[in-house]
Design a protein around this ligand. Structure first.
Ligand SMILES: Nc1ncnc2c1ncn2[C@@H]1O[C@H](COP(=O)(O)OP(=O)(O)OP(=O)(O)O)[C@@H](O)[C@H]1O
Length: 289
């Protein structure tokens, strides 16, 4: 990460993100109440990479929305660095499935937009944007417009757009799910490089890595990327089980998934997750019937 903007990190031992008994109930258009998340306890340590998996519609995105400050919990607490979340915070970065680009701006201008919005002078913002475009392999594409890029290249722009702001917290909601399988694996490796490039011992001049919450439907992706995998229950979501992933880093997703240890942990997590997927399917079937 860019060492030009040192970030405030919470004191040692304070979790980067904490949800305590968090619940979220929405009012639907018909006026009914729908609980998306209930009594959720989750803690993400500083610099930790946490993947969240759960059946479709269970409440994973809602959980991210609570951490982002876009929504407030109906009950319970959401803390960042030990402080209650009130609104969107500048140290939080997002990457979603959809691209969040200005179609009328060049790639460089899109990557500069975040720092400019945060008050960074134009020349410095341009220099930082160029640096990050280089790191994501798009130095030669700075003057292109988003529609002139492939899906994988647009995702790289999204990563540059996010990392250029030096986020302390990184929230990712199925960021690679629209990509083909090979591009997806490549992007996962690139994400790990960008995130872990500043891990202690790797580059001592840089800030510690961001704390990541990565929502995905893909259990292989979750295990390959994360330090721990959180399995959510069928909706309303709460934490069912947490599995530490002790596969060594640095990892390459295509090779790590062939390790016997990977296959063992996959089986173990799937026996927990599969049950929730079945419950969700059965509910869907009984609603249709
Ligand atoms: N603003 C809202 N108003 C009403 N209901 C909502 C709102 N946002 C989400 N929901 C409902 O809350 C539940 C959880 O939604 P959420 O998007 O968090 O699930 P998810 O696990 O991310 O789903 P998926 O895996 O399909 O992406 C769903 O039933 C959804 O319809």
């Amino acid at each position: 990460m860019n060492s030009a903007t040192p970030r405030d990190t919470p004191p040692d031992g304070v979790p980067a993100i904490e949800l305590r008994g968090a619940s979220k109930t929405f009012r639907t258009p018909s006026g009914a109440r729908h609980t998306a998340v209930r009594d959720l306890d989750l803690s993400v340590a500083q610099g930790e990479f946490v993947a969240v998996v759960g059946p479709t519609g269970c409440g994973k995105s809602t959980t991210l929305t609570l951490v982002s400050g876009l929504e407030e919990p109906s009950e319970g607490h959401v803390l960042i660095g030990g402080e209650p979340v009130r609104g969107i915070r500048p140290e939080v970065g997002f990457v979603f499935q959809q691209d969040a680009v200005f179609p009328w701006r060049t790639v460089l201008s899109n990557v500069m937009a975040g720092p400019r919005f945060r008050g960074v002078p134009k020349a410095e913002a341009r220099e930082r944007a160029r640096d990050w475009l280089g790191r994501v392999g798009l130095a030669a594409f700075a003057d292109r417009y988003p529609h002139q890029l492939s899906g994988g290249q647009r995702k790289r722009v999204a990563l540059a757009q996010t990392f250029v702001n030096d986020p302390r917290i990184l929230l990712m909601d199925e960021p690679f799910s629209a990509l083909d399988v090979q591009t997806r694996a490549l992007m996962s490796d690139e994400l790990l490089d960008l995130w872990g490039g500043s891990r202690p011992g790797a580059r001592e001049d840089c800030a510690p890595p961001a704390s990541v919450v990565f929502v995905t439907h893909d259990l292989e992706e979750a295990i390959a990327l994360a330090d721990k995998v959180v399995v959510m229950t069928a909706g309303p979501a709460t934490v069912k089980e947490i599995f530490p992933i002790r596969l060594p880093r640095p990892r390459k997703v295509e090779s790590v998934r062939l390790e016997p240890e990977f296959i063992d942990i996959y089986r173990e997590i799937w026996s927990s997750l599969g049950e929730e997927v079945r419950i969700t399917r059965e509910r869907g079937a009984s609603r249709v019937a």
